[in-house]
Design a protein around this ligand. Structure first.
Ligand SMILES: [Fe+2]
Ligand SMILES: [Fe+2]
Length: 482
């Protein structure tokens, strides 16, 4: 499979594709109000719209647009409307609202003729008739057009897809713990040579991808929490989450993100063959023990190669397992006899793995590094150990104070970072949930935005003084984040 080109302009992919589709679709709809079906301009507009539809279905697997109130959801992810596109979105929204159509879905088979039939049906609908969608459905059925689906415009049913909803958080949490369960299952099945439920595994990864695309703050937050006990399983899941979130930011198509997640999930498979005494040894490792440790990328590759039921997915998983300690300049291990470039998946997983390994306390590393220090190390080794372009995106994603960081403010208040500002200039001014101690336990206080200024003095109201270790305060950060 050819390697995907990373798109490093920090574009939000669903927004880009959704915007492109809406513009072409709206132009075509406008065209039908002026020209008749045989006009050459309609032909051209139809072709342009069709091209976008096919391209999107090719890369994303589907094209589903849903309007809820005045929000547009593209493949279930809310489109962030850019300022220069606001007018066209508003005009399109008015047209759809007038017709009470709130959902449009295309499948791969859609042709120019289907699209034309559909757009003229849409164009000629009565105004303000709530059952318009039923009429369109019937007409499409009558013409044997199965490649287009429509739905009614709904004004009040947005709770289930609304981004900040508690449900979304619950869902993300469920995905996280289910994924840990999956890794355990896989390890067990390999140890006992049982068959694996690949379908289930793939579905779960797809869910993780969806959850991350919808709201990566909860999953990234979970991945940042340092006091879970089962290191190996958590590490695998965290690497998968970090890799997916990073992959999304550099523009890897959704279809491949779940493969990337699987590759992250199983990158350390080879460690299941290393005795626990060595894995958890606090003292110095003998040279024999070291070479055993360093064999895990190769051992992992072998294990995955034997998992024949994974099909084409296993190639991607092998990239992750084999390459994650190789380093960008190939100075790592295993030693290669023939030099070759790391794959994109390998480069992403290396970064996710390095970060997660250092951020967590372990038997031999009781005091984890705070992330500012880790990010510093990564920047220093960028170009040697890590792909410099991807490191930049990663640092932006994590922020100096990642989600879930316990911080001390200059007001002597304590808080937990719950949202990072989108503007990289304000990376040190996240939103923080204040924590206070009363009746023998820590409690959630109000949420403050560290960008807030004091109007009297013109200074920021609050700022971060330093990060704190939640273990020292006997605090379970997860409780405050979820
Ligand atoms: Fe490893
Ligand atoms: Fe690892």
């Amino acid at each position: 499979m050819p390697e995907e080109k990373p798109n490093l302009d920090h574009e939000h992919l669903p927004t880009t594709l959704g915007t492109e589709f809406i513009i072409k679709f709206y132009r075509l709809l406008k065209g039908t109000m002026i020209y008749d079906r045989k006009n050459a301009i309609i032909d051209r507009l139809t072709q342009e719209c069709l091209e976008v539809i096919h391209r999107i279905i090719q890369s994303e697997g589907n094209l589903f647009l849903k309007i809820v109130r005045d929000n547009f959801f593209f493949n279930n992810i809310r489109i962030i409307v850019k300022a220069d596109k606001y007018a066209i979105f508003k005009a399109f929204w008015q047209e759809m609202r007038r017709r009470w159509i709130g959902e449009v879905e295309f499948s791969e088979e859609v042709s120019g003729e289907h699209l034309k039939d559909f757009i003229y049906l849409l164009s000629k609908l009565e105004e303000n008739n709530e059952s318009n969608y039923l009429y369109v459905k019937k007409q499409l059925e009558y013409r044997h057009i199965e490649s287009v689906q429509v739905g009614r415009l709904e004004f009040f049913k947005d709770e289930d897809i609304y981004i900040d909803s508690e449900d979304q958080k619950k869902y993300s949490k469920e995905v996280y713990f289910k994924t840990i369960g999956l890794v355990k299952e896989v390890v067990e099945s390999i140890n006992q040579q049982k068959a694996l439920n690949i379908r289930k595994a793939k579905r779960l990864m797809q869910n993780a991808v969806n959850a991350i695309m919808q709201d990566d703050s909860t999953l990234l937050g979970l991945a940042n929490i340092k006091n879970y006990d089962e290191y190996t399983f958590n590490h695998s899941v965290n690497v998968a989450i970090l890799a997916i979130a990073l992959g999304q930011r550099i523009g890897i198509p959704k279809k491949h993100l779940s493969h990337l997640g699987m590759a992250g999930l199983f990158h350390d498979m080879g460690k299941t063959r290393i005795p626990k005494e060595i894995l958890n040894k606090t003292g110095k490792l003998s040279s024999e023990e070291w070479s055993m440790m360093r064999s895990h990328p190769l051992v992992g590759t072998e294990i995955i190669m034997r998992m024949k039921e994974w099909g084409e997915l296993s190639t991607r998983m092998i990239d992750g397992a084999f390459e994650h300690h190789l380093r960008y300049d190939l100075a790592g291990y295993p030693r290669l006899t023939r030099k070759r470039k790391l794959t994109l998946f390998g480069r992403i997983i290396t970064i996710a793995d390095f970060y997660d390994a250092l951020v967590r306390p372990r038997v031999y590393n009781r005091f984890p590094y705070v992330s500012e220090k880790i990010l510093g190390i990564m920047l220093e080794r960028s170009g040697k150990d890590f792909d410099p372009a991807i490191v930049k995106v990663f640092i932006n994603m994590i922020g100096i104070f990642p989600l879930g960081t316990l911080v001390l403010l200059n007001t002597n208040e304590m808080g937990i970072v719950i949202q990072i500002q989108e503007d990289p200039e304000l990376i040190d001014r996240p939103k923080v949930c204040l924590i206070y101690y009363s009746d023998g336990e820590y409690r959630k206080g109000k949420v403050v935005d560290l960008r807030e200024m004091d109007e009297g003095t013109g200074d920021f109201k609050r700022g971060i003084v330093k990060t704190l270790d939640p273990n020292e305060y006997n605090m379970n950060v997860a409780e405050f984040l979820i």
